[in-house]
Design a protein around this ligand. Structure first.
Ligand code: E4P
Length: 215
């Protein structure tokens, strides 16, 4: 299972890289805006930090403009993946990018049929947003299981990228389902290292050690 980090903060990517938690990076317009830096500068810097796929999202909503924008983004580095929102024009762009040999990540996927269309257009990765589905009382991880099953049924090559991750439980479930990738906020990566019994175990080992030293 591959781990992408879901951030546009270079400092977080460096921390995660040091810990072996980065097989790639995903960004989105919200994350770029939060970084307070110019889009292209951030993407250039991130693409140098890792050789893994770096998703950079197009802003346009018309196919021809998406194609123009994505073609420019793909020129930044050979690990750029053009992120395209799920919509009719997006599918035209994905089909074109696929023909051009440009990798794509279809984002804002919330149903099995959207994932089916993205795979048919040739998407390299498809991003179902589990947290946002859970937020509206729907079953985010159920959607992941269904998409993984559907791709297996037809031997689609698109990778399932679990997005909008909110907790370590999402990662556990994604791994058990067999999703290809999860994109994870740094905070959730940190949460994944912890367990109350690990903390109490470390504390009691240290206390016993220190007691023995003072004897
Ligand atoms: C995925 O690529 C998106 O950047 C991200 O996972 C969205 O997550 P959110 O629902 O926490 O904004």
């Amino acid at each position: 299972m591959k781990f992408f980090i879901d951030t546009a903060e270079v400092s977080e990517i460096k921390l995660a890289l040091e810990r072996g938690w980065v097989d790639g990076v995903t960004t989105n317009p919200t994350l770029i805006a939060k970084s307070g830096r110019p889009f292209i500068d951030v993407i250039k810097e991130i693409a140098k930090l890792t050789s893994g796929p770096v998703s950079a999202e197009v802003i346009s909503l018309k196919a021809d403009e998406m194609i123009k924008e994505g073609t420019e983004l793909a020129k930044i580095a050979n690990n750029i993946v053009v992120k395209v929102p799920m919509c009719e024009d997006g599918m035209i762009a994905v089909k074109k990018f696929t023909a051009m040999g440009i990798k794509t990540n279809v984002t804002l996927v919330f149903s099995v049929v959207q994932a089916l269309l993205a795979a048919k257009a040739g998407a390299s990765m498809v991003s179902p947003f589990v947290g946002r589905l859970d937020d509206i009382g729907s079953d985010g991880m159920g959607l992941i299981a269904d998409i993984v099953q559907m791709y297996q049924n037809y031997d689609f090559k698109s990778e399932v990228l679990v997005a909008s991750v909110r907790s370590p439980m999402h990662i556990q479930q994604a791994a058990l389902i067999g999703a290809d990738i999860a994109t994870i906020p740094y905070k959730v990566m940190q949460q994944m290292t912890g367990h109350p019994l690990t903390t109490s175990g470390i504390n009691s080992f240290l206390a016993d050690w220190n007691k023995a030293q003072t004897k």
